[in-house]
Design a protein around this ligand. Structure first.
Ligand code: AMP
Length: 195
């Protein structure tokens, strides 16, 4: 699948280790270097600001989507190629999904997970056929992916939906994997009859 734009979900905090900042910078640079548009939550704080600044500094196009109410809290980034101000969280996520060909989560908090899981469930249900990835830093996501595998083993998540979410520690290797990913879905309910 040829990508034109990538959405990045990430912390509105920077985390405790400098490795998180470094990964956000490396991802922003890699996205810009490939000529991809970065789509993200539009804030200037935490890893959000770092990934956006890195992409801009590398000459990339960066589009931010921010709810009016969060514009001051997350400090709407003043120097983006475009900042769209929307009504609320749902509109933000829908717009980010609409504008993006793939999704990557850097380390982050509750908001990052919520955004990632929502767009993943949309893919599982066949609302879109776009790939997702975790950019792992120092094993940050190891426990989560272990639990996701447990959910597959216990029969709550299908293997084909689990594999929609890839993981890598290298931005370029992850972007390569997303580019080469082929949609395999029949949507979750396609082969099931009502009980
Ligand atoms: P966090 O990972 O909690 O630092 O948040 C990262 C981003 O997710 C920020 O842009 C938050 O505004 C956003 N966010 C926080 N909570 C939610 C939520 N419930 N739904 C969607 N986005 C959220």
């Amino acid at each position: 699948m040829s990508l034109r734009s990538v959405c990045v979900f990430c912390g509105a905090s920077t985390g405790t280790s400098p490795a998180y900042r470094a990964a956000a910078e490396a991802l922003g640079q890699a996205i810009a270097r490939r000529g991809l548009t970065l789509v993200y939550g539009g804030g200037a704080v935490g890893l959000m600001g770092i990934v956006a600044d890195a992409a801009l500094a590398a000459g990339g196009e960066v589009v931010g989507i921010i709810p009016e109410r969060l514009k001051s809290a997350e400090i709407g980034h003043p120097n983006l190629s475009r900042l769209e101000v929307v009504d609320g969280m749902h509109a933000r996520k829908a717009r980010m999904a609409e504008l993006s060909d793939a999704f990557i989560a850097l380390p982050g908090g509750l908001g990052t997970l919520e955004e990632l899981f929502e767009v993943w469930t949309w893919g599982q249900l066949g609302y879109h056929g776009k790939p997702l990835g975790l950019l792992d830093v120092n094993g940050f996501y190891d426990k989560l992916t272990g639990f996701l595998d447990h959910m597959v083993n216990e029969g709550f998540v299908r293997e084909q939906h689990r594999t929609l979410l890839q993981k890598n520690t290298s931005p370029d290797a992850l972007l390569d994997a997303l580019e080469h990913w082929k949609p395999l879905v029949p949507p979750k309910w396609a082969d099931q009859q009502p009980a």
